[in-house]
Ligand binder design. Sequence first.
Ligand code: KG4
Ligand code: ZN
Length: 479
Amino acid sequence: MELFFNAQLVLALRKHHAANALIVALNSSSLFTLALRGGLLIKLACAEFCQKTDLLDRALKAAEGGLERLIFFHANNRHLEFHPVKKWWQGTHKYRELKAFWQVTNPQPPNPAPSSIGDTQKSLVVLGIETSCDETGVALVRLEPRPLKVGQDQTPATGTILSQALHSQIALHAAYGGVVPELASRDHVIRLAPFAKQALKDASLTWSDVDLIAYTEGPGLAGALLVGASLAQGLGYACGKPVIGVHHLEGHLLSPLLEPDAKTLVFPFLALLVSGGHTQLMQVDGLGRYTMLGETIDDAAGEAFDKSAQLLGLGYPGGPEIGKWAVTGNASRFDLPRPLAKRPTLDFSFAGLKTAVLTHVQKLKAMHALDDQARADMAASVQAAIVDVLMNKTERAITETRIQQLVVAGGVGANLMLRARLKQLQQDGRCRVIFPAPSLCTDNGVMIAWAGGLRALSREQGAHAGPFTVRPRWPLDQV
Ligand code: KG4
Ligand code: ZN
């Protein structure tokens, strides 16, 4: 085993061709990064390595002697944390067989910018990586650029899903009634790199066939986002591919456009984005041209489903559970509020609904009457209230903007009652409605590959090589 303290991770990766080199990077903000030649780059949030050297100990133990080399690098010799690391390493007797190399220079971004993607007339294979919350998603999507007719403003490509790997952490978080961020990050770390390999294998492609790597840059859980961002950047470094950061909600928003019947969709259209963290009505005038028409002033629609389910003692996530229980329930048994329904605004509010559910549940419990029928009736009442609120504002947006095309995206878009009500709107001739397939409503790698590819084709600059970050909070109208 050899040990290097090298400023240029990239050079280190390229120079040391050992398949099992573990690279430990310490950058100016004390971020601690582990990279494996061949792709894995994990940026561990500010680990204060000097105080927490056991992280490295554990990484070495986890490698179980399978490492061929260990490479340390640091960007700048003036940074203080470099010296204590060196001191710690020299003082430790555990890894005596390792040889140390000390090289310090300033790193250069090695991988090309997304705008360097050559001929935008050729098809583009994009690897998409999603880790913003509790789904690990990796997918390969091929984008076929299409000539745009003058005066017709459409997406610059059509897309085909080549492969996808998706894992939901629902079971992992179920016992806690919500997502535990640290558990989410750790699970992403374990699954992500194998998923990337699997996606390639399933599509019968190799790394050289991939033109672009897209990852969710935000919004989401900081630690979870860092895992995806790190893998994307690591793969970019290792394979010399451009890397682009994607806004998670833009991924949701553009995913309906993968549907075959969306090929004829022309901008502008309305988008109803309903996920676990967001409830928004947007006007979409083009790629990256999003105007917020209304959004929730408190809880998101998905959150209202999740919290109501939790109060009723149903499973997590609450949306699908409420949907299931509602089938046998009586939606008019409980009178639940429809906040802001009569106000001339396109904003939503769900906090009052949650309080009303809590009050009813407390009363039922006090009377020992929270039986399965009461649960089903409450589930049906909650679903009806949430869907009513969403429909009310959507219809208002159609009337106000006179835009008669709507795409629906985000996890709550999988709700059957909402889908039925929106289909009715279409049948009534009010509006053309496009949904993604229910499996593409919740988080997945496909939407990130697709959105990243569309952005690259329209020559939009996203995040790329060099120091990178994630954006846990990132309003969509600021992309
Ligand atoms: O878009 P998503 O997968 O993740 C976020 O970006 O938040 O949305 C997750 C949310 C959860 O709140 C979940 O309860 C809700 O979508 N959801 C549903 C359904 N499936 C997922 N809500 C209602 N009905 C469903 N079938
Ligand atoms: Zn989402």
